[in-house]
Write a protein that binds this ligand. Structure first.
Ligand code: SF4
Length: 247
């Protein structure tokens, strides 16, 4: 609701500005997106919940460590592509110790179908070593400790904390960023602004699964190039215009 407050106060203060002789020169700024009232946001998540009460991520993993590695590998890659590579990798290395024993060359070989595989193989080995050195081979349940690992940023830490440890975090990827600005649920210029906005507006009971609902909605319905508004379950609430039609 802070967002709502600041948006409306910004509007008010600009409306009160007296016309000046330089006013004609000022280019009008972009229109402030009209934020949804809390009851509409609640209705959106109630519908997501009704349609898919237990949404699941699409990355395959067998424990916290393999989830962490899979998320690191998923940067600029599809979940399907990552799963194809990690099935073989995790069959032989599902702990940091086994990953180190496997070695960087073999890791690189397993993941060579994924973009940026050389840097990612280096990071997987380096983060496995750090997990052993600093955390006894366990994945820490702590954002700062996670973000200190090679190849792990805020988004990856949020995914691991949410999916494996059940924390109410929201990882803003390209899908969440796009649809949060489009609907708009939580407009922002950066992933962090969007994340903080989403945490403010999403009702608490929906926070745990919000990340999955929004990712799946962005991936399969509210697509980047052509959102499929005609089959969207929140089309009557969403303020994006023009709504798309089939064909
Ligand atoms: S109505 Fe269209 S733009 Fe709005 S959320 Fe649905 S698919 Fe996206």
């Amino acid at each position: 609701m802070t967002i709502r407050k600041s948006a409306s106060s910004a509007k008010t203060s600009s409306a009160k500005k007296p016309a000046s002789k330089g006013a004609g020169k000022a280019a009008p700024g972009p229109a402030q997106p009209q934020l949804l009232p809390p009851e509409d946001v609640a209705e959106i998540f109630a519908r997501f919940h009704k349609a898919d009460p237990e949404p699941q991520g699409e990355l395959e993993y067998v424990n916290a460590y393999t989830l962490l590695v899979a998320v690191v590998l998923s940067a600029q890659a599809t979940d399907v592509g990552v799963n194809r590579a990690t099935r073989g990798l995790f069959a032989v290395a599902d702990t940091p110790q086994k990953m180190l024993a496997l070695g960087e060359d073999a890791v690189r070989d397993h993941i060579k179908t994924i973009g940026l595989f050389r840097a990612k193989a280096r990071n997987v080995i380096a983060l496995s070593q750090l997990l052993i050195d600093r955390h006894g081979g366990e994945v820490p349940v702590d954002r700062e400790a996670l973000e200190a690992l090679p190849g792990v940023g805020r988004k990856t830490a949020n995914v691991v904390l949410n999916i494996f440890f059940g924390h109410a975090t929201i990882a803003v990827d390209t899908h969440l960023f796009r649809i949060s600005n489009r609907i708009p649920l939580a407009p922002g210029r950066t992933p962090l602004e969007v994340e903080q906005g989403l945490l403010r507006v999403i009702p608490e009971q929906y926070l745990l699964h919000a990340h999955h609902w929004l990712i799946l909605h962005g991936r399969y319905v509210c697509k980047a190039r052509k959102p499929e508004c005609w089959r969207c379950l929140i089309a009557d609430i969403c303020r994006y215009e023009p709504k798309s039609t089939p064909g």
